[in-house]
Design a protein around this ligand. Structure first.
Ligand code: DGU
Ligand code: CA
Ligand code: CA
Ligand code: CA
Length: 196
């Protein structure tokens, strides 16, 4: 099944239901004021909500992007471009395996990817620039997150590539170039890079 929506300004969140595929065909989606202004104000709504087993692909999120994309369970994202990150770009709201393959994100004030539930987050073939943190596990949370970064290009992070407060969370980063990323990893006790 396919979910569809007219591109342009959205005043309600587009829901990609369980097992459905949303193909944006490269068109641009932005947040109307009912979703949020893309500032650092918390509580904004996402433009897309992906339910368990949903796929979102070939989408451009333009300015303003409010709270970006929220995932609930397993989610598959392909070729997603955030032209100007809103409060954050994507949030894992419920546990699952989330994979983001291809695309880019830039111009965030704080977090790019926010992880609020135990999960495996794989990001590959992705270019991330100009934000505070590329990935942040919910501050103070102790659940386990496994982060896999492969074939990415990460630059101009004020703080880190991945920051966590959980001693069980892990990161594996391979085939990735980065520069000006602050402390690279903050609080991460289990780090694998290039197989070492
Ligand atoms: O300050 O819960 O930034 O999901 C505490 C908040 C914060 C979250 C997070 C998010 O961690 O709102 O956007
Ligand atoms: Ca936030
Ligand atoms: Ca947020
Ligand atoms: Ca921004």
């Amino acid at each position: 099944a396919a979910t569809s929506a007219t591109p342009g300004v959205q005043n309600t969140t587009i829901i990609v239901k369980k097992g459905e595929v949303f193909d944006g065909k490269g068109q641009r989606y932005t947040a109307g004021s009912a979703l949020g202004d893309g500032s650092q104000k918390e509580g904004q709504k996402p433009i897309f909500r992906i339910e368990n087993g949903g796929t979102l692909k070939n989408v451009v999120l333009g300015y303003p992007a409010a709270d970006g994309v929220h995932t609930y369970g397993d989610a598959n994202l392909q070729n997603i471009v955030w032209e100007d990150i809103g409060e954050d770009a994507m949030t894992i709201k419920e546990s699952g395996k989330v994979t983001l393959d291809g695309g880019s994100a830039t111009n965030g004030d704080d977090k790019m990817f926010q992880i609020n539930a135990a999960s495996t987050f794989t990001v590959k073939n992705f270019k991330g620039s100009k934000a505070g943190k590329f990935i942040r596990q919910l501050g103070g949370s102790k659940f386990k997150v496994d982060v896999i970064i492969d074939r990415c290009d990460i630059s101009n992070m004020k703080e880190a590539i991945f920051r966590t407060d959980s001693t069980t969370s892990t990161v594996k980063m391979t085939n990735t170039r980065y520069h000006s990323v602050g402390d690279k990893f903050i609080g991460v006790k289990h780090i694998t890079e290039n197989g070492n």
